[in-house]
Ligand binder design. Sequence first.
Ligand SMILES: [Zn+2]
Length: 251
Amino acid sequence: MGERRKLHKCTSLLTLIIFLSIFLLLISLKVKAKQRDSRSKIIVIDPGHGGYDKGVSGTGGTLEKDVAIALSLMIADNFSGEYTAKLTRTDDYQVALFDRTAMANQSNADIFISVHTCGSFLHSARGIMIYYFKKLDENGTVEAPFSVTPLQNGIIQPSWNSLQESYREAGKILAESIKESILRETKLFDIKIQEAPLLVLGGADMPAVLIETGCLTNPGDEKKLNNKKTLQAVSRGISKGIKKYFLMVTD
Ligand SMILES: [Zn+2]
């Protein structure tokens, strides 16, 4: 009797161990699959301006091109080990506007974000603006400035601004996700979302937004953008907003 009870106990323990092992194996496989899946996402980050093109100059001398690269590097860093982040420029040099978008298309990116700061003649202009694409009117069609033959390898090449048109709604959802996430990281900026016929977004063949993080022409915003901790909080908000967008569209 005692032997049988012992044997029964042993079998139960063995069954429990087998179940636990299978459970842990399934979890590790799921985690690995998720990691593999998220690493395969490509985000192209475009630091605005660069080189001789300084962008907006703040009253205190801060340059838009410097804020754009600093913030873009932080965003890319936030993704390290999780997603693949590529930058259209990694230092202080000029890259043609259409080449930036073309880089995102050639990388087969899942998201394209262009990073800028705002500049205005109005002293009151301040805060963060997130733009998603709005199609130009009938007469405002823009063609890519580099040579694109209308027919290439038997495939009709689409016009520059027709590509982003199909991602407008996705761009709007992405903008809202980024706005929410930035507000969770910092309350220092008012954030607005707006649609605009921006050339750099027009030819992007994936959801795309352009972010103006604060107005350098506003001394208050300029001071905030010179604070590394504030810039890091904004960068975390942008990265988390992109991550949340991926979860929203894949689940
Ligand atoms: Zn700019």
